[in-house]
Write a new protein. Sequence first.
Length: 220
Amino acid sequence: MPERLNREAIAMRVAKELPDGAYVNLGIGIPTLVSQFVPEGRTVAYHSENGLLRYGPLAAPGQEDIDLINAGGQFLLPVPGMAFFNSAEAFAMIRGGHIDVTVLGAFQVSERGDLANWMLSSRGVGNIGGAMDLAAGAKRVIVAMEHTDPLGNPKIVRECSYPLTGQHCVSLIITDVAVIEVGAAGLRLREIAPGWTPEAIQEITEPRLAVADNVKEITL
């Protein structure tokens, strides 16, 4: 099989989707890497459920501040204009519709844009948290994830078998092999990783993919 994009490359591709001036919440996992790759000339205000707005990229070793972390517990760099507040206010921003884009990881996404990312049924573990508020409250939901699970099973499915985080909430899926739009008519393959073909991506995707007329290679 052709090579897949690494986690950093997925994050770089996601960053291209963030509008200038947007308020953006990044979920745990691959999404947290997005703050490293804001395109030149754009300003993005990152928001975190633990009470941060306008934080910087992830801190490098030796730059850590134990009082400056994101919701996933990763160390952050400060930037001018950073604001601190309590978690209740952070969630009020989400529930009030003030987050333009959220980038979330996923265990599964259905062909209708249903999202499952809080409970692994096979292990009986999960965390109910901010993802449910973000799925319902953010203006746009982008999923960043690997295309298949560690066993090679499709993560883009007809129906989610894991408990749902939100229904009909995902608008764009960016994986290690593809960029896929979610719309009323189903899934549309918009971009493919270098060396991949639409046919090869369909083989590891459960629902049918409509292929865009101008499907192109993913660029970073």
